[in-house]
Design a binder for this molecule. Sequence first.
Ligand code: ADP
Ligand code: MG
Length: 340
Amino acid sequence: ESQLNPNYNFENFLEGDSNRLARSAGMAVANKPGGTSFNPLLIFGGVGLGKTHLAHAIGVQIKDKYPAKTVLYISAEKFTQQYIESVKKNNRNDFIHFYQVIDVLIVDDIQLLSGKAGTQDVFFHIFNHLHQNGKQVILTSDKAPVDMQDIEQRLLSRFKWGLSAELQHPSFETRIAIIKQKLYQDGVEMPEEIVEFLANNIKTNVRELEGAIISLIAHSSFNKKEITLDLAKKIVDNYVKHTKREVSIDYIQKIVSDYFQMDVETLQSKTRKRHIVQARQLAMFFAKKLTKASLASIGSQIGQRDHATVLHACKTVDNLASTDKQFRKYVEDLGKKLSV
Ligand code: ADP
Ligand code: MG
């Protein structure tokens, strides 16, 4: 029994800047277990960022490609329990032997070995045996080896032998892609503005993002109500209670370009076409109004402009809004869409 979850695979582990290194290294290991310099492969990162998913995906792909190899996924917690049990029952050696004949060992949340000297010791011996025999070890942890506490030095140094790859917070675009995949899997449709709202507000934890989608779907189906932005706002408040909702410059650019039916690249482009220039100026205006970013930072994020351009944009929007009725409507509509 490999304990692998086939629902966690590479196909549904979406790639983004935040996970590219870890994902690619995982793929390399999956295609040649024990045969790369990524041994051990240590995947680290915060809660809900995909460590367990990626660890399973590697195992699943190895099983697929090399059915004869024995792959075992285990959490460090369960490993510890098994070890303690084996000591009680006086079969510590059987325990060690069981692990030493595995081809690919995946241990999830290795930071949980912290402070457990006996388990660390036994893991050290298992690790050495596997490594010497060209077997693959894959570990995950919620922190980088340098930040791990109460783990023996000799073990920490082993962790650093291979590759440590970090899973970072996914970007706005990646969060959108993850939400859409989830909706697709569940056969649910959701208006684009709600997808963007969710992606903009739940940033630091993919599991919470998925949780919000699930509760949104449940609320709407049990109450036979449509999924509205108001409902989404209520649900999101349960996830991000203590942090005030805040819009990002990415989000502003996306909302403004959607509103004018252009893509973000067009909005950022060097063109002097009037309606594009206006859209860009509106994005700068709202970035100034709704974020804490400096003029220089806003400019560099909206098509590599300088701070003077952003300042000019803000003044232009103020002027036009007070003299041009149509333009005032743009400002009002966008203000509503971006309201937090
Ligand atoms: P961790 O182990 O780091 O706490 P998990 O692996 O349990 O996180 O991931 C939390 C949830 O987020 C899972 O349902 C997982 O499928 C999903 N997830 C995380 N990253 C991605 C990604 N890049 N693509 C698709 N789903 C992801
Ligand atoms: Mg996990």
